[in-house]
Design a protein around this ligand. Sequence first.
Ligand SMILES: *[C@@H]1O[C@H](CO)[C@@H](O)[C@H](O)[C@H]1NC(C)=O
Ligand SMILES: *[C@@H]1O[C@H](CO)[C@@H](O)[C@H](O)[C@H]1NC(C)=O
Ligand SMILES: *[C@@H]1O[C@H](CO)[C@@H](O)[C@H](O)[C@H]1NC(C)=O
Ligand SMILES: *[C@@H]1O[C@H](CO)[C@@H](O)[C@H](O)[C@H]1NC(C)=O
Ligand SMILES: *[C@@H]1O[C@H](CO)[C@@H](O)[C@H](O)[C@H]1NC(C)=O
Ligand SMILES: *[C@@H]1O[C@H](CO)[C@@H](O)[C@H](O)[C@H]1NC(C)=O
Length: 425
Amino acid sequence: MSLIQFTLFFFIIFLHNSKTVTSSTSFIAPITRDPSTELYTITISFKTPLQSTNLLLDLGAKFTWIDCTPDSYTSTTHRYIPCGTNLCASLTSLACSNCFRPTGPGCHNNSCALFPENPVIKNTNPGQLGVVPDFVASCSDNSLLRGLPDGVSGLAGLGRSNYSLPAQVSSVYASPNIFALCLPGVSSASSGSAFFNTGGPYYFFPGIDLSSHLVYTPLILNPIGFTIITYYGQPSDEYFINVTSININGKPLEFNPSLLTIDDDGFGGTRLSTVTPYTTLETSIYNAFIQAFVNESAALNLTVTDAVSPFEVCYAASDVYSTPLGPAFPVIDLVMHSEDVFWRISGANTMVSVAREDEDGGDVWCLGFVDGGEKPRTSVVIGGHQMEDNLLQFDLVSMRLGFSSSVLVHDTNCASFNFTDDPGV
Ligand SMILES: *[C@@H]1O[C@H](CO)[C@@H](O)[C@H](O)[C@H]1NC(C)=O
Ligand SMILES: *[C@@H]1O[C@H](CO)[C@@H](O)[C@H](O)[C@H]1NC(C)=O
Ligand SMILES: *[C@@H]1O[C@H](CO)[C@@H](O)[C@H](O)[C@H]1NC(C)=O
Ligand SMILES: *[C@@H]1O[C@H](CO)[C@@H](O)[C@H](O)[C@H]1NC(C)=O
Ligand SMILES: *[C@@H]1O[C@H](CO)[C@@H](O)[C@H](O)[C@H]1NC(C)=O
Ligand SMILES: *[C@@H]1O[C@H](CO)[C@@H](O)[C@H](O)[C@H]1NC(C)=O
């Protein structure tokens, strides 16, 4: 993302599909997967009058921003944040901005500036259920939308910062900051769900509460964030976990274990990213990983075939059995702080189906992990494909991640949330 300064606004936010808030302060918003970019969008309502708005889902981002170019944004409820206010100071703003480039409804000199954005605040919108008043977000112009899915007009930041979407939604309702994501699988026709302000239950068809299938591992603080240059030296807003071993069919991969710990400069470790389509592994881990995977697959009589970029290990689909958890391949476990706490990655999350129309060989299954390079900031970045049809709960009260592994085990999937059946939301 380029570093561009913007004028700021404030918005209200209204979570689409939220239910009456009289007895509950939980919200749910739909998540869809964009097949061309392999990114996820969350649908929330903004603006005046309220309009359903698609935002890129970015688990690690500090702030939410939205395209405020005058043609695309109208709101009577936005307000900029003046410099010198406590709010501006708490946003860890480093600069004041003048209205050097009018971009949108209201452009103010002496406004609190953020890289790459400029936030603004506003008073409560009366009476509407599910409205989050005084929601701080920032305005961008539409140049920041490049490369995002069609129809997206901004970014929803779900990071650890006090001004992320879940943090603000929880603070307005004095509810615990616990949110959960269930990303829809590749083949889902309907959307997955994001849940805010609730630790469960999360009822999915046919009547399964997925919160009962969560296991927990601590969320770890990376002392050095990298996302935006202005915040260099501050802790990362991204979510890191303590993966201590990667096992294939129960056998640990061999590589330098220090790659899995975060050093004083913030390098190493494992984080989760919804803007990384496929898990990336530091080169030495990646090499050990594909070698062991190919070897274990050979024991299943599976022989590699021509690879399809960006993947390096592919198998003819006709050779592979299918199971309720996807194609039958070796099982991958991410072992956490304790040996009995592991995230099991089964076939549907391990492999990617690729059509090879140009050849007579038919479709292939490719190992959906990619080489992250020799000195990446983070050794293991768990990507979207590996999180689909898994329930992930980010509990910022207890600083822990709850994870379900594949919910296909329970004969359900992330597109099966029953909107009419859930007493918790
Ligand atoms: C903002 O300040 C610049 C000078 O820094 C001035 O030229 C411009 O007119 C001011 N704009 C407004 C809206 O006050
Ligand atoms: C975030 O909010 C909490 C609770 O209000 C506060 O203790 C903490 O200092 C804030 N963090 C930052 C970085 O402002
Ligand atoms: C390859 O697989 C065989 C049989 O499963 C196993 O005994 C051996 O240790 C594996 N070798 C490597 C390098 O993973
Ligand atoms: C692999 O093939 C061999 C020889 O055809 C057969 O004996 C063995 O049972 C097969 N193993 C599996 C796991 O299918
Ligand atoms: C990760 O887990 C290991 C094994 O339990 C433990 O020794 C280590 O201190 C943990 N690291 C962090 C950062 O919690
Ligand atoms: C959702 O819940 C409602 C109310 O309990 C029930 O009537 C309906 O059949 C459920 N739908 C699905 C798809 O589970």
